[in-house]
Design a protein. Structure first.
Length: 162
């Protein structure tokens, strides 16, 4: 699996929700989505593609949850975000059985990212080889020249913030 991840060309933008950090005023999932969409927009602006319609695929969680996430998504894209900018993103909500390659990649990335965060301050921390591969895929400050460095608060965010 590491070989597939290494050889596949993709940019990773992710947000960790650390529930150990206590209460948060807003919906953490909506906040995480905003952070990811802002970083996606910044990445696309860097590539001069920020005006192109872009589809964002989100895994379905159920009818009620899907409506809520779509409303939050549209609100963020309508300028209710930290950049106060409209985003040209369209939401596609897909069920797991759609067998989307993108959703499968997201699933493969989520656990190593979360595990690395949870184990970060553990004195018996072992090398997380899967995360070491993913570290080279994160969106970074300064673009691909800084791959593997300067990805915090660009390709990898942690909520709630300290």
């Amino acid at each position: 699996m590491n070989k597939v991840m290494c050889e596949t060309n993709f940019i990773l933008i992710s947000t960790i929700i650390d529930k150990r950090k206590g209460k948060y005023e807003d919906n953490l999932y909506n906040a995480a989505m905003e952070v990811c969409l802002v970083n996606l927009y910044n990445f696309m602006r860097e590539k001069n593609s920020h005006l192109r319609k872009t589809y964002v695929v989100i895994e379905s969680r159920g009818a009620k949850e899907d409506k809520s996430i779509e409303l939050a998504f549209r609100r963020i894209c309508d300028g209710h975000n930290s950049l106060k900018t409209n985003f040209p993103f369209e939401i596609l909500i897909k069920k797991k059985d759609a067998n989307s390659t993108g959703l499968q990649f997201a699933d493969l990335c989520a656990r190593p990212i979360g595990r690395n965060h949870l184990d970060f301050n553990n004195s018996e921390r072992k090398l997380n080889r899967a995360f070491e591969v993913l570290k080279l895929k994160f969106y970074c400050e300064g673009g691909r020249l800084n791959v593997g460095n300067n990805y915090l608060n660009y390709g990898l965010n942690i909520l709630p913030e300290k």
